[in-house]
Design a protein around this ligand. Structure first.
Ligand code: ADP
Ligand code: MG
Length: 261
């Protein structure tokens, strides 16, 4: 008879589809403050998940936790069926599978656009320069910026800088892309040029977690909307259901505030 205690740690039955990202009972504290409270979530391959919620609800912490920019106090995180270790070479390898785009671009200011995109593939992935540059030009073309390769970040508009940041993340050939409010720092007229790039990635089948305040975007592009409140996932469902019939008072309050004008 098999002993249940010696069963393999991976509960996924044979033949089942492994989610690309799996968070199980993740809790994260800043000191005594619980920023993530028992968060469990799967992201399927090719799925686009929009994360919405009030400021301070834990959306950025969730993003940063997925690639261990933040330590967690309990729970597990798996990328493509592999458990993320706390540190070391394996973490670096698995982290490279997760592309991240922040609100504030985070480009290297003294490097050209081309260098910003090729640095990590050359240093981390060990790709030779010529090949990295070919890929960078292809990615710049994809985000509509191939004519900007020689510029420095300060010479770009916010929308252009954010598109370079997306190209830079894609250059590592990630399995999943995380976006933390990628348009919040942009002037209104630049929001769509960035969202259109994210939409294009969705159409190409990229797996994505997108924290956003753009409800129209969440509604039209996401396969699923996750609503966070006080460090918990309070609702998770199809955009049409969430926006037309939120199940909780908290979500109704939130939507009344963000959709009121
Ligand atoms: P959101 O992105 O939804 O606005 P965050 O994930 O940034 O929320 O923050 C969630 C909560 O954790 C907030 O109350 C915030 O003040 C707190 N927090 C975030 N980062 C830190 C930190 N480095 N130290 C202490 N508290 C933090
Ligand atoms: Mg945030």
């Amino acid at each position: 008879m098999s002993d249940p205690d010696s069963a393999p740690a991976d509960p996924t039955p044979p033949g089942a589809v492994v989610p690309l990202v799996r968070l199980s009972h993740v809790s994260k504290y800043y000191g005594a403050f619980r920023a993530l409270d028992d968060v469990s979530m799967d992201i399927r391959r090719g799925e686009v998940v929009a994360v919405v919620g009030a400021s301070g609800s834990g959306k950025s912490t969730l993003c940063r936790t997925v690639n261990r920019l933040e330590t967690i106090q309990s729970g597990t995180i798996e990328i493509d069926g592999e458990r993320l270790p706390e540190e070391g070479r394996e973490l670096a390898r698995l982290r490279a599978d997760v592309g991240m785009v922040f609100q504030s671009f985070n480009l290297f200011p003294h490097r050209t656009v081309l260098d910003n995109i090729t640095l990590a593939p050359i240093r981390v992935r060990g790709i030779d320069r010529a090949e990295a540059e070919v890929t960078a030009h292809r990615l710049l073309e994809r985000v509509g910026l191939d004519d900007q390769a020689a510029k420095r970040p300060a010479q770009l508009s916010g929308g252009q800088a954010q598109r370079v940041a997306i190209a830079r993340a894609l250059a590592m050939d990630p399995k999943v892309m995380l976006f933390d409010e990628p348009t919040s720092a942009l002037d209104p007229e630049m929001i769509n040029e960035v969202l259109d790039v994210v939409k294009g990635l969705a159409a190409d089948g990229m797996t994505m977690l997108v924290v956003t305040h753009e409800m129209g975007f969440a509604r039209s592009v996401a396969d699923r909307v996750v609503f966070m409140d006080a460090g918990r996932i309070v609702e998770s469902g199809a955009p049409a259901d969430f926006f037309s019939a939120p199940a909780t008072e908290r979500a109704r309050d939130f939507l009344a505030k963000v959709l009121s004008h």
